[in-house]
Design a protein around this ligand. Structure first.
Ligand SMILES: Cc1ncc(COP(=O)(O)O)c(C=O)c1O
Length: 416
């Protein structure tokens, strides 16, 4: 087995908790959690579902599968409920897909830090492909073919490509032109596309063009989603997958259901109750999603401004709640402080009270001066402050948000 160790973000989280408990004042930008309270109507649904103590169908109840199918229908992806599987989070679904679909896995570089260890757990090779200049979450179509050829020459067998739309860690959404180019390559090279759309409802601009590869290459695309990010329900563990129509889609779904039946049995009954309601998207849920996306965007843009002010270059954030600055333009100055790679850069940030996730932990080149900041940790310490941030038309002007952003700015400012 792989000896992957603990997920680096969970390990970092633990370290930060220990140092904070010892009284060190740290701003934690290293963990991709949406730090917002559970929306009250969701809590009511959870309580109402408490008596659902039977196992139920492995793929989820007919009601929950119909609700998730409806969610996709409203996003230009007509879906038969039979093609939906719900699970305790999208992480286990991604793992089950990896166990079911053969071949090695093409990943964007950098990428969410779970894809590569999951690939190895499934006996696959992760093959990292650089991301384009304009966005993350996808291999650069201009170099993807040569990476596939090079991998094949080494005897590897790339047959799956994971896309993250929008992306963790760069906080950007790949535009439709890039998605079309990647789908064309997937057709030519006969790749399965796994489209991780868990941040889909956290696109900052409500009018942005969102193109799912499942619209372009429907027969070869599996889509994953969940409520951990859009509704800040990470700890409730609600995820869903959508499989293509046709016999191949049915066989992958059956494979995933078979893994599920041996590993987690089904999504917890009370959580299915929550999922029926949330994926059904009544107006109050849609409003909560809009406000959350607005808040995530406003704070991410502010941290982007701070990073640029500190000398970094950085793609402007357009989705999710991350920024991914690159301090290459100030390499020489950083060198004077002993900073020569992403690990020493993250350590210097920590010395100035800011916790970030070094780029090499996300598969990026270790020598690059890049790290990930999760900006969703800046909305306040209490549920009341976080609700206030959600309600505010200009959240970065709120005193408690401003105060923590000022600390972030001071920390970045001391880097050089
Ligand atoms: C890109 C991406 N996909 C999937 C997940 C997993 O989410 P969950 O298992 O909570 O559905 C995360 C969480 O960090 C993520 O960032």
């Amino acid at each position: 087995m792989s000896g992957n160790g603990m997920s680096p973000n969970l390990a970092l989280n633990q370290l930060v908790a220990e140092r904070q408990a010892a009284g060190e004042p740290l701003v934690h930008l290293g963990f991709g959690e949406s730090r917002l309270p559970a929306f009250a109507p969701l809590v009511e649904r959870l309580a109402a579902g408490a008596r659902r103590n039977a196992y139920g169908p492995v793929a989820g109840s007919p009601a929950v599968r119909a609700a998730v199918a409806g969610y996709f229908d409203r996003r230009r992806l007509p879906t038969d409920p039979d093609r939906i599987v719900v699970a305790p989070g999208s992480k286990p679904l991604l793992m089950a897909i990896g166990l079911t679909v053969p071949g090695d896995v093409l990943l964007p570089r950098p990428a969410w830090n779970t894809y590569a260890p999951q690939a190895r757990l499934a006996g696959k090779r992760p093959i990292a492909v650089p991301i384009p200049e304009e966005c993350g979450g996808v291999p650069d179509p201009a170099v993807l073919r040569e990476h596939i050829r090079a991998a094949r020459r080494l005897g590897h067998d790339p047959r799956v490509m994971i896309l993250t739309l929008p992306d963790n860690p760069t906080g950007t959404l790949a535009p439709p032109s890039v998605i079309r180019a990647l789908c064309a390559i997937a057709e030519e090279e006969d790749l399965v596309i796994v489209s991780d759309e868990i941040y889909r409802d956290v696109v900052h601009d409500p009018d942005a063009d969102y193109l799912s590869p499942a619209e372009v290459a429907p027969e070869r695309t599996v889509v994953c989603t969940g409520l951990s990010k859009s509704l800040a329900l990470g700890g409730w563990r609600i995820g869903a997958a959508r499989f293509p129509d046709g016999p191949w889609g049915a066989s992958v779904r059956d494979g995933v259901v078979s893994v599920a039946s041996e590993v987690w049995s089904t999504l917890a009954g009370p959580m299915q109750e929550v999922a029926v309601y949330a994926f059904g998207e009544p107006e109050e849920i849609r409003e909560r999603l809009r406000r959350s996306a607005r808040l995530h965007g406003a704070v991410a843009r502010e941290v982007h401004r701070i990073a640029i002010g500190a000398g970094a270059r950085c793609r402007p954030p357009t989705g999710a709640f991350y920024v991914y600055p690159d301090f290459e333009p100030v390499r020489e100055e950083l060198g004077k402080h002993g900073v020569t790679d992403s690990a020493s850069l993250a350590r210097r940030m920590l010395d100035h009270g800011i916790v970030v996730l070094a780029g090499h932990l996300l598969g990026d080149e270790p020598g690059a001066l890049r790290f990930k900041c999760a900006t969703s940790m800046l909305y306040g310490e209490t549920a009341a402050q976080q609700e206030q941030a959600l309600a505010a038309p200009d959240p970065v002007a709120l005193p408690h948000v401003r105060a923590v952003l000022d600390r972030v700015e001071a920390g970045f400012g001391r880097l050089l």
